[in-house]
Design a protein. Structure first.
Ligand code: ADP
Length: 660
């Protein structure tokens, strides 16, 4: 979700397989199914394109195969029952897609494109997805049976509890279960990460399905296998390949992002497209009529593959794809020359091709040409979703669009935001196994005990009356961590305690250690990724702060409110949508709101907002309790979001595929 890919070195050595000869791919008479039909502007791909920007792209059509075969790259069953990729057959006859290999130079790592000025117009013509509460039907057995259900395939780089570095993992671990509970058939496809350590046991219940599948990319053939676990009504499918077996996070290790992330996630996307066709889960494959939910750039090739590799051969004609953007700052950008590694037909470059604006190029001779996987998804998916409504607006602005705002604006009619839910069983203060005392809306008394236990655990002075402020998150510029760390000395002049949990950039980890040595009685910085501690901080703190520069949705403020911990956040993206600013005078003086939001983001505003919160905590106990209770009363369950996802599925199926 948050690590951009870097380079394409360190790739598996591959046999070089040449592209088919021009005669083979251009002449329909050769019976191999490819012909260039016409050149069109990209605008015709955008049925709702308003930007008027045109790119040249080639559209191809398939020719019926005499043997009724599909097309290159997808699997067919032979008469003896063994499955082989159709690519193999084409390869035998000299027609193989996307196996040419190019070693690109070091990649264009981590995209942080904020244009110096922008001229895109921001309008407010977004369609709001009706909220779950507005039109949900109760989950009676009768209603579940009466519902239109879908075969849904989630594709994601991380899925909790098997793998998690942030919100992407949480969402892809919970939303599928909520959708399955509503009657859908749901498969989640993600890599089988192993590092030889204790965390490998998370995959212990997943058994090999026995459908080894060949994937043609990066100049050769890769064989992946699939592991499967049925849990919570969901088919959890893990793609197995040696490139997923190494220490570190799904994206990198102490030395930075893995150099072969483009390879690893290209494999994932190809495998995810094959899975519904080949895996007989519970005795039946999912088949072609699927709805793919591709999450972030790692899964971004899925909509492109459906359009370029499958549909021209009549496969997945009735499928639809939705790209779900959890964080636009990471787009999977690599040198243009790596296009040939992706396993796409040669003339689909236009879909993923991208050009850096002049100001973002590194030198005068840099043409700025690149492959941008997320861009490919945006121009080929049937619909686009973000994880909050606020963020769906922000990404169409020059400030929040990371170079893609015009493209996203051009598809605004199919762009929606649905606020994430949370796993309310996992995050429940009345039963959370990670916290020392339980509490609820009816009886809050356990919360102060959690605070005392946390102070003891962290070696802070045990003082139940001292306001305890918390922060949990990736130590990344996005999270405004620099702002919080620089504000800390001034904040700690007051009688408050501050505890921070996070891992990420080394400089911030060192900064936290330094602050701890300066303020041993008031500050704790816990460097690392530790889920039980994150629960204890959420329960034990009075205030949770999130000074994020941008926040697509943000989950910690939702967890905090559910635990009666009052959020103080920068008014941006999902934080703006979910934290209601406190107004003590509303409701005839009883007050309304669930926390404090401040804007613009600055060190001074952060300190001021936190001081107001601390003052309210100290001097207005009943107002504070009102804030806590209003936050705890909110419905954060996934069911609410799942109903809205269903509405978007309906919309996706109303239209024909965006790229036929
Ligand atoms: P993002 O996805 O940008 O990292 P979110 O707020 O959407 O941010 O989700 C972050 C998730 O990761 C939350 O579940 C949060 O509790 C968890 N998390 C982040 N950092 C840590 C950490 N150091 N230890 C444990 N959990 C963490």
């Amino acid at each position: 979700m948050h690590m951009a890919s870097t380079q394409t070195s360190r790739i598996i050595p591959c046999r070089h397989t040449p592209f088919p000869p021009a005669s083979a791919k251009e002449s329909p008479a050769n019976g191999k199914g490819w012909a260039v039909l016409r050149q069109v502007g990209f605008a015709s791909f955008y049925r709702h394109n308003r930007s008027g920007k045109r790119f040249s792209v080639c559209v191809r059509r398939s020719y019926a195969e005499p043997n009724g075969l599909d097309g290159p790259g997808f699997t067919k069953k032979s008469q003896d029952g063994s499955s082989s990729s159709a690519v193999e057959d084409y390869q035998k006859e000299g027609l193989v897609l996307g196996t040419q290999r190019h070693e690109g130079p070091a990649s264009l790592a981590g995209l942080h494109l904020i244009p110096q000025s922008g001229d895109a117009k921001v309008t407010d013509s977004y369609t709001k997805v009706p909220s779950g509460q507005e039109h949900a039907t109760p989950d009676t057995e009768e209603n579940i049976l009466a519902r239109i259900t879908f075969n849904i395939i989630f594709v994601a780089a991380e899925v909790a509890p098997y793998s998690k570095t942030g919100g992407l993992g949480d969402v892809c671990g919970s939303l599928p279960i909520a959708l399955a509970a509503r009657g859908h058939r749901v498969m989640v496809v993600s890599p089988r990460y192993l590092d030889g350590g204790p965390s490998d046991k998370r995959f212990a219940n997943a058994v090999e399905v026995g459908c080894p599948t060949k994937i043609y990319c990066f100049g050769g053939v890769q064989e992946v296998s699939f592991y499967h676990e049925y849990r919570g009504g969901v088919d959890w499918v893990f793609v197995d390949h040696p490139s997923y077996h190494r220490p570190g996070t799904p994206y990198g290790d102490v030395f930075g992002s893995f150099g072969d992330n483009q390879f690893r996630f290209t494999l994932l996307c190809h495998a995810a497209c094959e899975a519904p066709l080949v895996l007989p889960l519970g005795g039946f494959t999912y088949g072609e009529k699927c709805l793919f939910l591709a999450n972030d750039w790692h899964a971004g090739l899925v909509p492109v593959l459906l359009a370029a590799k499958y549909r021209p051969y009549g496969v997945y004609k009735d499928a639809r794809s939705i790209i779900v953007i959890h964080n636009l700052a990471h787009q999977g950008v690599e040198p243009a020359i790596t296009y040939n590694n992706l396993g796409l037909p040669p003339d689909w470059y236009g879909a993923v091709g991208w050009v850096f604006p002049t100001w973002a190029r590194t030198h005068a001779l840099d043409t700025g040409e690149a492959v941008n996987v997320l861009k490919g998804a945006i121009v080929t998916a049937d619909r686009i979703l973000t994880v909050s409504q606020g963020y769906s607006r922000e990404i169409t602005t020059p400030e929040g669009g990371y170079g893609l705002h015009e493209l996203l604006s051009s598809r605004k009619t199919v762009l929606n935001g649905i606020t994430n839910g949370i796993d309310v069983n996992d995050w429940d203060p009345s039963s959370d196994p990670h916290i020392s005392s339980h509490y609820s809306l009816i009886d809050l008394s356990g919360k102060v005990l959690c605070k005392i236990a946390l102070q003891k655990e962290l070696g802070l002075p045990v003082r139940s009356d001292c306001p305890l402020i918390g922060f949990i998150g990736r130590l990344d510029f996005q999270k405004g961590i620099d702002m919080l760390l620089s504000a800390t000395p001034e904040l700690l002049q007051d009688d408050v305690q501050l505890v921070m949990l996070g891992s990420g950039e080394r400089q911030y980890e060192d900064w936290m250690r330094h602050l701890e040595s300066l303020y041993p009685d008031k500050y704790r910085g816990w460097v690392g990724f530790n889920v039980p501690i994150s629960h204890r901080i959420t329960a034990g703190c009075d205030i949770l702060t999130m000074p994020s520069r941008f926040e697509p949705c943000g989950l910690n403020q939702l967890y905090a409110m559910r635990y009666g911990t009052v959020p103080v956040v920068h008014r941006t993206g999902g934080l703006r949508d979910t934290v209601e600013n406190y107004n003590p005078y509303a409701q005839e003086g009883t007050g309304e709101g669930t926390g404090w939001t401040f804007s613009p983001l600055s060190r001074e505003n952060l300190i001021a907002a936190l001081r107001i919160a601390v003052g309210t905590y100290r001097d207005h106990k009943s107002s504070w309790e009102g804030l806590m209770k209003r936050g705890m009363e909110r419905d954060y369950s996934w069911n609410n979001a799942a109903v809205q996802y269903e509405q978007v599925f309906d919309w996706a199926l109303l239209d024909p595929p965006y790229v036929k």
